[in-house]
Design a protein around this ligand. Structure first.
Ligand SMILES: Cc1cc2nc3c(=O)[nH]c(=O)nc-3n(C[C@H](O)[C@H](O)[C@H](O)COP(=O)(O)OP(=O)(O)OC[C@H]3O[C@@H](n4cnc5c(N)ncnc54)[C@H](O)[C@@H]3O)c2cc1C
Ligand code: SF4
Length: 494
């Protein structure tokens, strides 16, 4: 997304921004220490699947943190944000105590600010590009915490603002899937006056935000409020609707839909294909987390079954692995372990999730890789063999490659959750032969426009990138909305 710098300069020149900059000298701003996020005590929080670990900033703490921001003339932080949030404008609104204005600034470019404030890897994005990091080698402004603060404050104030929506143009468009890519696309298209319907295969809207990320990180009620905003803007939602089964894209075209955004995600679990992986008690992180998050298996009043292990091994080092192992701990595991083939430094999970997992007593068995599982007489896994690894030269991902050593360890386990990556959902490509896909099954798009080989079909998020992040999915949705609007304007003379 291109950042319009004239617009930013003009806003930075507004009287209130100039006055605010004068109020505190830059050298004094630099002496303020970065705020710490208040958290629930680790031994208390592991008793609850649905209580959030991070408790959020107070108004005072947020205003103080916002006053660290220099309101830079060249706000590099915005370049680090895939949806180009006007960061200095929202942060300066917090500094002056106009929190509702901060929240509406967020909503100018982000359909899900309360979600992003909780799950984005800010340390790799906006915060990594903050002046404090780039020029001063200090801790960045806590942009993520402030984003969460503004969105929560607005919600709790009861005066949620709804972005302006242009007059209806009567053109019907649809999304396939309801994850962050589709929701962000839907928000932008409805603002432009389109008649938008979101089709979702599951019984809940939200994609991974609902079925993957646990409530102790992202409460479902937070996602629901953001969905409600979209509903109020006019977006329609259809659940239990599998495009390609319930109706095909062609059927929907016959019903008047003129263009589609495919945001069907990467929900197909990968396994390692090692001996014994089919034993009972070994499952994918998708299955495990969906049972708990979407089907309430942790709640005894629901009849969804879920295996509760005493010795649980989770294979992998990403967010999914952290979410699974912390869920296992909350479901009563005595020993909850991460088995990861590289070292802590290479782990793709958010730094905060790794820190939280460690505080909660999760064991990290790094530089080890599973090679075989064993089972008892009932076919239930009871042991696994892991091979020691060491780090070699960097591979294509830039991370040091794990190299196997001839040393093995056996571990007692009664539940194994495999979180070693996901593949794109294959249904849409399989029923549309003219749709170009890569050899990994991701949908090919023109990266500037997110347009596929079928002109009226755009795509983005994990179905294009493989497993990525919420904010990259949202950035794709926004880009696709902008170019689909251009395509439809030209085609239908809008
Ligand atoms: C457990 C877990 C934790 C994660 N944690 C983080 C994190 O902390 N931070 C972060 O940035 N990212 C995280 N991610 C990654 C992030 O959630 C994904 O990159 C993001 O959700 C991708 O969004 P999406 O819109 O492309 O697809 P998804 O969120 O996968 O949504 C796709 C939706 O499409 C639906 N669908 C599929 N096919 C059809 C069809 N034919 N018809 C109708 N509907 C269909 C699916 O049911 C699904 O609901 C995590 C992922 C997982 C699994
Ligand atoms: S780079 Fe950092 S200090 Fe500068 S405007 Fe952005 S958040 Fe504020």
């Amino acid at each position: 997304m291109t950042v319009n710098t004239d617009y930013l300069k003009e806003q930075r020149g507004q009287e209130w921004r100039v006055e605010l900059r004068k109020k505190i000298k830059n050298k004094d701003r630099l002496t303020i220490e970065r705020v710490k996020m208040p958290e629930m005590d680790p031994m208390e929080r592991i008793k609850y699947q649905d209580k959030e670990v991070n408790l959020g900033l107070t108004l005072d703490a947020a205003m103080r943190e916002a006053s660290r921001c220099m309101d830079c003339a060249n706000p590099t932080c915005i370049e680090g944000c895939p949806v180009s949030i006007n960061i200095p404008k929202f942060v300066k609104n917090i500094e002056r105590g106009e929190i509702l204005d901060a929240a509406s600034t967020l909503k100018e470019t982000s359909a899900l600010p309360a979600v992003c404030g909780r799950v984005c890897p800010q340390e790799k994005q906006c915060e990594a590009r903050c002046f404090y990091v780039e020029k001063m080698k200090k801790d960045p402004v806590a942009i993520g915490y402030l984003e969460r603060f503004a969105a929560d404050y607005e919600r709790e104030s009861g005066s949620m603002s709804i972005p302006n929506v242009e007059d209806a143009n009567g053109v019907k468009v649809a999304t396939i899937g309801s994850g962050p890519a589709a929701l962000s696309f839907a928000g932008d298209m409805v603002k432009l006056g389109y008649d938008v319907t979101v089709f979702e295969a599951l019984h809940e809207i939200g994609g991974v935000l609902k079925y993957g990320i646990p409530e102790f990180r992202l409460p479902n009620s937070i996602v629901d409020v953001e969905l409600d905003n979209l509903r109020k803007m006019g977006v329609k939602f259809e659940t239990n609707f599998v495009v390609g089964r319930t109706a095909s894209v062609e059927d929907l075209e016959e019903q008047g839909f003129k263009a589609f955004f495919v945001g069907s995600g990467a929900g197909l679990p990968r396994f390692m294909n090692i001996p014994g992986e089919n034993y009972n008690g070994i499952m994918s992180s998708n299955e495990y987390l969906t049972r708990v998050n979407l089907m309430n298996a942790a709640d005894d009043s629901y009849d969804t079954p879920v295996l509760k292990g005493k010795n649980v091994a989770v294979i992998g080092g990403g967010n999914t692995a952290m979410d699974s192992v912390r869920t296992a701990k909350r479901l009563g595991a005595e020993r909850a372990m991460i088995i990861y083939r590289r070292s802590l430094e290479e782990m793709p999970a958010r730094v905060e999730e790794v820190k939280h997992a460690m505080e909660e007593g999760i064991e990290f068995i790094n530089l080890h890789n599973p090679v075989e599982y064993f089972a008892n007489e009932n076919g239930r896994v009871n042991k696994m063999k892991v091979q020691r690894m060491e780090l070699g030269e960097p591979d294509a991902s830039g991370r040091r490659r794990p190299v196997a050593l001839d040393e093995y360890v056996e571990l007692d386990v009664d539940l194994v959750v495999v979180a070693v990556g996901v593949s794109p959902n294959p249904l849409i490509p399989s029923c549309m032969p003219d749709l170009e896909v890569s050899r990994w099954g991701t949908i090919e798009v023109n990266e500037d426009k997110m347009q596929t080989s079928i002109p009226q079909l755009f795509a983005g998020g994990d179905i294009v990138r493989g497993g990525a992040t919420v904010i990259l999915a949202m950035g794709d949705g926004r880009k696709a909305a902008e170019s689909m609007h251009g395509f439809l304007k030209e085609k239908y003379n809008l």
